[in-house]
Design a protein around this ligand. Structure first.
Ligand SMILES: [Zn+2]
Ligand SMILES: [Zn+2]
Length: 163
């Protein structure tokens, strides 16, 4: 019996999980770190340090300097709370590692740079089977599909080739 994983709808449980892990690691609650965690938790997919800085600035009173955003992301990565997503555009993005939960991969539009999350049970099963049958110990996997998004493809295909 297969059930479809939810594709969006963040539950808020990751922020609570992250707060626990951070406090056990000796970090003080609140402040810039909590703002970054709450922002990431509300996303369906990954954000870059730049995205995070911009989003917090737009919230008004929660501006956090870029250097602090990077430091916080390093701390979260160190504690295995976020994973780094690098899809080959020279931009590193960060995504919450949700406990026991939602796992997805990425389609990248090589025209506009948009990243579209996707998940597929059949794909996950195929990777598990491959992992069992191979002599290679698979500890994690990430799948990136490159192409052109629906918006860029439009009715008559991409307007111009990617730069
Ligand atoms: Zn994602
Ligand atoms: Zn596109």
């Amino acid at each position: 019996m297969e059930t479809m994983a939810p594709t969006t709808t963040p539950t808020g449980s990751w922020a609570a999980h992250a707060a626990t892990v951070l406090s056990e690691a000796g970090f003080r609650r609140g402040g810039a770190r909590a703002a970054v965690v709450e922002l990431l938790d509300a996303q369906a997919c990954a954000l870059s340090a730049y995205d995070i800085e911009q989003a917090l600035r737009e919230e008004g009173d929660r501006a956090v300097a870029r250097a602090s955003v990077y430091r916080i992301l390093d701390e979260l990565e160190e504690l295995k709370l976020v994973s780094r997503i690098d899809v080959g555009q020279g931009i590193t993005r960060y995504e919450p590692i949700r406990p026991g939960g939602h796992h997805h991969h990425h389609m990248v539009c090589d025209h506009c740079g948009r990243i579209i999350p996707f998940s597929d049970d059949g794909l996950e099963r195929a990777i598990s089977r491959l992992a069992r049958e191979s002599t290679f110990a698979v500890t994690e996997h990430e799948i990136v599909l490159h192409g052109v998004c629906a918006e860029c493809a439009g009715p008559g295909g991409p307007a111009s080739p990617p730069r």
